[in-house]
Design a protein around this ligand. Structure first.
Ligand code: FSO
Length: 545
């Protein structure tokens, strides 16, 4: 194996025996094979388009497969081996539909490779021939191939969240299948790849809009909502991930069962949606960001459901009460296929739940673009009056590295005439500071816009502010300070670059798959910079301009 797709890449270069995230070497190799198979499947999808054949079944399978390979999603080798076989069946099926047998000489190898009747060992050996980290001898081309491939993984995750809610967009599917097919060309050029990367960012904005609309259509517009963080006496289920549809299905079943349901990590923004908070069993929020789960779940008398990333190895003290849904997997952990949460409810009852009410804090969430733009006049007045001097978007992923205290430092020391918008799990570095940060004329200084996919809301807010002040986004008193960890953050970054946002500060370290030349390109064209040594130092620099 060699994997450098996330911010934890060992020694800043890559993991080559067992991954820092805990992914075994064979699973990492199999992920490479799945990407290769998806390139083959994309080739057939493109052929099917030429013949006007409906490809929706295969489009959906491609995004699910790529989502499966995102960091901290699936660690279960049995399910991953089975997935490679499933992919092979899809390849067989579509080759029949488009009338191109898999042994046709004109097919690319990714489309003709058949693993039918192969044993696990043979599949693994084949997987090792297709590392996504070594596809092109030119390091810069290789770097751009990885950037776009990882961007497509993140895009696929968002497309799958929307698809679960019944919303899809052909632009997204067409971009993915045509790009994966183009990546099969060994003579692909730097210019082509730069274009594909920028397009990935553009298509992701469409995708995040589709997801945002799907959330609003299904659950109502999020509104600012205080969330009880802590525990309440009684049987408990804690839900971690991003999938609001899964949460809704669980809440329908727990309302009648007398079980308390808590959000964890990226599920916190669920409390802002009217149709979700109407459920009486949704009682509050438990814990903080994904990387604290082992400590926070240790020995707790609650059942835990992971509906997307980020899952970590469950300790023995709670492994028996962990459940996964959708593409998430951990070996030896129960997987729920059909939104029937009877087993989870049963487990929560058996465990008895928390013994007492233990309040920790009130966390505010639900400042989506509708809520923020609802007070846009007030915000604009405060800016014109000089009461708000600067906006920061401090968002992205949280992670385990110590350098992430930078984000706490920056927000904690942001001057009283500044407003911080935040999104994704990186908010846990500072959302406990909400009360001490206070308000400006009734507007909270820290606004939680939502999950990482709600970067769309942040883009809408920035665009509307720019319109109100008759300027471009880069002319606003707005600075982007981002933290990244996995591939959804990669695609959000590509979206910001597509919008022409300049001067983004990115940390805690730069991606291992970016070469010095590509970094130079990003610096020259987008003025992208690594975060400095301290949040305070960067604050001073930002505000001095
Ligand atoms: Fe975080 Fe994990 Fe949402 Fe990521 S929980 S790290 S960018 O999966 O998706 O923000």
């Amino acid at each position: 194996m060699f994997c450098n797709q996330c911010e934890q890449a060992a020694r800043g270069t890559g993991c080559n025996s067992i991954a820092v995230c805990g992914k075994p070497a064979n699973v990492s190799d199999l992920f490479d094979l799945i990407i290769y198979q998806m390139k083959g499947l994309s080739f057939f999808v493109e052929e099917a388009h030429k013949k006007k054949i409906d490809t929706s079944k295969y489009d959906r399978f491609i995004i699910e497969s790529l989502f499966l390979t995102v960091t901290n999603v699936n660690f279960d080798e049995k399910r991953v081996y089975a997935w490679t076989k499933k992919a092979d069946n899809y390849l067989d099926e579509i080759s029949g539909i488009v009338g191109l047998p898999r042994n046709s000489p004109q097919l690319p190898q990714a489309a003709s490779l058949s693993i039918k009747n192969w044993d696990d060992n043979t599949i693994l050996k084949e997987a090792q021939k297709h590392p996504i980290t070594n596809l092109n001898p030119n390091a810069d081309i290789q770097s751009l191939i990885q950037l776009v491939t990882l961007g497509i993984k993140g895009l696929s995750a968002y497309a799958e969240h929307a698809a679960v809610l019944g919303k899809t967009d052909q632009t997204v599917f067409h971009y993915i299948s045509s790009t994966l097919t183009t990546l099969l060309n060994p003579n692909i050029t730097v210019d082509q790849l730069v274009g594909l990367n920028m397009k990935c960012g553009e298509v992701n904005i469409t995708c995040m809009k589709v997801l945002n609309d799907a959330h609003i259509e299904h659950f109502g517009k999020p509104t600012p909502t205080p969330v009880y963080s802590g525990t309440k006496k009684g049987p408990a289920i804690v839900v971690s991930g991003h999938d609001l549809y899964m949460l809704e299905q669980l809440l329908k079943q727990t309302d009648a069962a007398g079980i308390n349901v808590y959000t964890h990590g990226e599920m916190l923004p669920a409390h802002g949606y009217p149709k979700l908070k109407a459920h009486k069993s949704l009682v509050g929020h438990f814990g903080t960001a994904w990387q604290n789960q082992q400590k926070e779940f240790d020995g707790q008398p609650a059942a835990f459901v992971f509906n997307t990333n980020c899952i970590q190895e469950p300790r023995n003290s709670y492994k028996d009460r962990v459940f996964t849904t959708s593409v998430v997997g951990w070996p030896g952990v129960s997987h729920i296929e059909d939104y029937n949460f009877e087993k989870v409810i049963q487990k929560a009852k058996e465990l008895g739940g928390f013994k007492e009410d233990k309040f920790q804090a009130n966390l505010m969430t639900g400042f989506g673009h509708d809520a923020v733009l609802g007070v846009a006049d007030k915000v604009i007045d405060r800016v014109k009056a000089g009461a708000i001097k600067h906006f920061f978007l401090v968002g992205g992923c949280d992670g385990a590295k110590p350098g992430r205290n930078y984000y706490t430092d920056l927000v904690e020391h942001s001057p009283k005439d500044t407003v911080v918008l935040t999104l994704a799990c990186g908010k846990y570095r500072f959302n406990h500071l909400q009360d001490s940060l206070g308000t400006i004329g009734g507007i909270p200084r820290l606004l939680d816009v939502g999950q990482c996919n709600d970067a769309y809301s942040a883009v809408v807010i920035a665009t509307k502010l720019a319109e109100a002040f008759k300027c471009g986004i880069n002319d606003l008193p707005l600075s982007f300070v981002l933290s990244w960890y996995e591939q959804k953050a990669v695609v959000v970054l590509l979206s910001l670059l597509h919008l022409g946002v300049k001067g983004i500060r990115l940390g805690p370290t730069l991606p291992a798959f970016i070469t010095p030349n590509i970094l130079d390109f990003l610096v020259k064209n987008f003025d992208i910079k690594p975060i400095g040594n301290s949040g305070r130092g960067d604050l001073e620099e930002i505000l001095s301009h």
